[in-house]
Design a binder for this molecule. Sequence first.
Ligand SMILES: Nc1ncnc2c1ncn2[C@@H]1O[C@H](COP(=O)(O)OP(=O)(O)OP(=O)(O)O)[C@@H](O)[C@H]1O
Length: 212
Amino acid sequence: MVKPQPIQVERLTCERDHRELFAGLSFELAAGEVLQVAGPNGSGKTSLLRILAGLMPPVAGDIRYAGESILSGRGRERWRQDLLYIGHAPAIKGSLTAEENLAWLCALGTPASREQIWAALAQVGLKGFEDVLCHNLSAGQQRRVALARLYLQPPPVWILDEPFTAIDKTGVAALEQHVLAHAAAGGLVVLTTHHSLDHLDAVRCLDLQQVA
Ligand SMILES: Nc1ncnc2c1ncn2[C@@H]1O[C@H](COP(=O)(O)OP(=O)(O)OP(=O)(O)O)[C@@H](O)[C@H]1O
């Protein structure tokens, strides 16, 4: 895996509907880190992740990757290449099978073979469900299809919005270990969850309630 470059978040301000969610938010991230963005409902966790993923502009401030702003130009391109964002909705098409969904999602970045997709589905506990239409899968199984991307030659930076939602206890433990292993291999993970990660020493926490 290519190691991610350092990230600097500089004096970020976010507003939604003319309401300020946070202002002057600054922090740095480096390869090998896992950052949990915490805070109560509506504090701006999803908004921050969407800004970091380049899906929404901040009102003020900047995000620099390898020293270049990700808000435009070359820095934006490089950031997009190194980033995998999985939003809080699974982004799975119900009319496609689990395998077809992953083939389609991977084609947007690094195409994956059928064997790789089946192996990834097995990793998330969906062996035997490869050919099932996703609207016939449970909520947790649909989430698992989306999470299978984390096993398909993923880029080094992961931004995961509520990845544990609808996932059972065994699946949560497996995903926690996968996130930690990715960071230990030099990757970088930013995630939000209402599930407590206090038991994982390697996870740093950014509480938006403290910076609002
Ligand atoms: N598309 C939108 N248009 C306008 N306001 C929005 C939009 N999405 C979210 N907001 C507002 O922004 C605020 C922060 O929302 P956000 O989803 O970032 O919070 P959150 O911390 O992720 O919440 P939760 O824990 O409930 O997922 C909320 O008050 C919400 O009403």
